[in-house]
Design a protein around this ligand. Sequence first.
Ligand SMILES: Cc1ncc(COP(=O)(O)O)c(C=O)c1O
Length: 475
Amino acid sequence: MRDDHESPIAVSALFPMREEREYWDDLLTRELTSANERIAKGSVVPTFDIRGFRGELAHFDFHAPRPMDQLLSWTIAQLERGVVHVTHPRYFGLFNPAPTFPAQCADRIAAVLNPQLATWTTSPAAVEIESHVIRSVARRAGLPADAGGHFTNGGAEANYTALICALTHANSGFAMGGARAFAGPPVFYISKESHLAWLKIAHQAGIGRVAARLVATDGCGRMDPKALSDAISADRARGCIPVMVAATAGTTNAGMIDPLGDCAEIARIGGLWYHIDAAWGGALIASDRLSGVLAGIERADSVTIDAHKWFATTMGCGMFITRHAPVLSSAFQVSASYMPSNVPSLDPYVTSVQWSRRFVGLRLFLSLAAAGWGGYGEHVERSIELIGLLKGKLTARGWSIANASRLAVLCIDPPTGTGEARSIVSCVLASGRAWVSTAIFEGREIIRACVTNGETTAGDIEELVNALEAARRTG
Ligand SMILES: Cc1ncc(COP(=O)(O)O)c(C=O)c1O
């Protein structure tokens, strides 16, 4: 039994007294604020010496307890030097945004109260908040009022959920018999520019990576509808069982949107589940001016939208939304005597992949409640304006843009006669002035720059242009 006044130091480090907690909370808040200010003025890329760091790490043998304030300061200092700063205003990278402040508050609340989201019974307030957000996002995307879904740890889990739903919907025997329940090998369709977690998803679902049919694109990064219909017909002719078309609304490398209406029609005619992976592009639903770019999304059977991408929550927050909510219960139903309840359509552990789960939906709830759809609309429109500014500045200097995206990402070709994309990117990263990457778009390597940070300014865009120009001269 713990005595508050005489608890051993080691245990009180795990469960300290209120005064100590407050002291460390304050210390953390101060140190993190200062660190963020330094990060914004410093290098975007890691600046530490990995050998020295490993040496320091080796001293942690976990025998003698260490003072908490020292540990907190040490950890922040290491991360300040030892990670790519996705919160830096000149991180023009993958969709790892600087998180909104309400999302950070949500994480703190979830960490302290630690509600268990496996069942409604244990956390009714938390489960209801998440369901409310899911329904609001679904309605905003144009799905029917009875659409449902849940939060996931990201886009890959949401896409995996889509495939499991499609297989279960196509054949009720899949739940018990797996792929064996089908009269032939089940297959599904994505474009060759889609996010390739789909290959792992096919593997995990037990239908094999070969089941993920990579449909040709139209030369501009979008799924070619004719190639899609042809692929479905050819598969049927050879005895395969098509179960799903998954269009991408915002490809990872280039922000291209597959022809959502055409794909919907092909899926409808073939009787296939129609999924739309709008992991990052889905945030456009927030903008009254630009949501039309996603026209056709309302026809989907299911949609992936990640809150931790353009909605800028902290990492580990995706959403799976479906107009056929009951299929989730068929796909994930299970009964365990030790669980406090087992209500299909209500308890998250019987309607989703995960079991024990953190209260991640609070991040989007608080962010949406604090900023409204209008606030998020301005956020996405602003990113697109900054990308337009970057495009103008680069093309004026002889660079060219390979993708015609409506979203906030550019696939950049260096001016002819200058360095390769790869060497230019290496020079930019070595300078620490900005973070951009290389990617393959329609078969060739380009420089990829995406605005993800709500605090990036026109000055940061100018600095990126200068860094690219300097890199092409030396690269
Ligand atoms: C279009 C698309 N789908 C799915 C994913 C996978 O999402 P996550 O990394 O959140 O699992 C990504 C990630 O960038 C993506 O861009």
